[in-house]
Design a protein around this ligand. Sequence first.
Ligand SMILES: Cc1ncc(COP(=O)(O)O)c(C=O)c1O
Length: 382
Amino acid sequence: MPKIYLDNAATTRLDDEVLQAMLPLMTENFGNPSSIHSHGRQVRSAIEKARKTVAGLINASPSEIFFTSGGTEADNTAITCSIDTFGLKHAITSPTEHHAVLHTLEYLAKQGTIELSLVNLDEKGHVDLVHLEELLSTKPRSLVSLMHGNNEIGNLIDLEKVGEICKKYNAIFHSDTVQTMGHYKHDVQNTKIDFLVGAAHKFHGPKGVGFLYINADSKIHPFIHGGSQERNMRGGTENVYGIVGLAKALEIAYKEMEQHKTHIEGLKSRMIEKLKAAIPDVRFNGDSDNLERSLYTVLNVSLPPSEDNDMLLFNLDIAQISCSGGSACTSGSDVGSHVLGALNVQPERGNVRFSFGKYNTAEEIDKVVEVVAGLYGAVPQV
Ligand SMILES: Cc1ncc(COP(=O)(O)O)c(C=O)c1O
């Protein structure tokens, strides 16, 4: 049986067109973009073209786009350097953030740099906006870091609404938009936001490259010190083929967004319906099965208690199905998911995250449901 890849929230397959755009930067166009000779200038111009493309797509100015090594570095930069630059003493985040955010803020709190508050969640894992306002009105000027789309359960926040609330209390607003960049349209002119981030490998671009949008009104100090690259904001010779690949991948993602959204949303709905028909006690973690309030790319399934649940991912792997038990960034360690932990998910149930991409098919979904149903002694209704 051919392998089935349903772990697109962990990473995605590189688009062939993206690879073609990157190849010349690995071969004939090998100059260092900081060199002033023609070899260097040629590569510099490729980087600046990529910056202009990314800026145009999210309606920012090219001077507001900074390339990084990925989502983690972009999150670390926004959080650490905004707290430092603006002298912030308090930050607010949620217990279900990615570790790129949560561990950074916990580290700063442990160092005594900030006090950290966690905003309450409702029973579906959505951020309690009334509590957010309560915190903002009683604490000193804050950094608010709330992810747009959760990588494990898919829950979405209303970015515009949170931006308005932050503005009202003069807070700095950073959103980890790694899971929505390339899948949802971002327009920084319509969202009151200081920082947002992207990681190319989540939208069919290369790994090890991302970007940080820094609002022109919220300039911060650099995170990585060194040479004068990225207009003195990030030292180090640029990942030129990565940057060119990122811009190409984002361009394709924006161009094909509606078509892919319809296709992928269809796959997710199909899986929800087929699982419900096959396994009466199937549930969905967070608000994962709510198509309005969760990522169309992520479905976090809660399967009935079984003594084989410890082996669930292993059994799916044996059946040639790649998916995840939580965030891929923590898979491989035996620490449970902090996101499911925050939602008080029953530990005896089997939790599995399926995440879909443009290369997946309806036949693959049907096959996966058949295998999952088989593991629980149920019969899929085709
Ligand atoms: C929500 C979220 N933030 C940040 C990251 C980290 O991105 P990167 O792997 O590019 O450093 C990930 C990756 O899984 C993610 O899903």
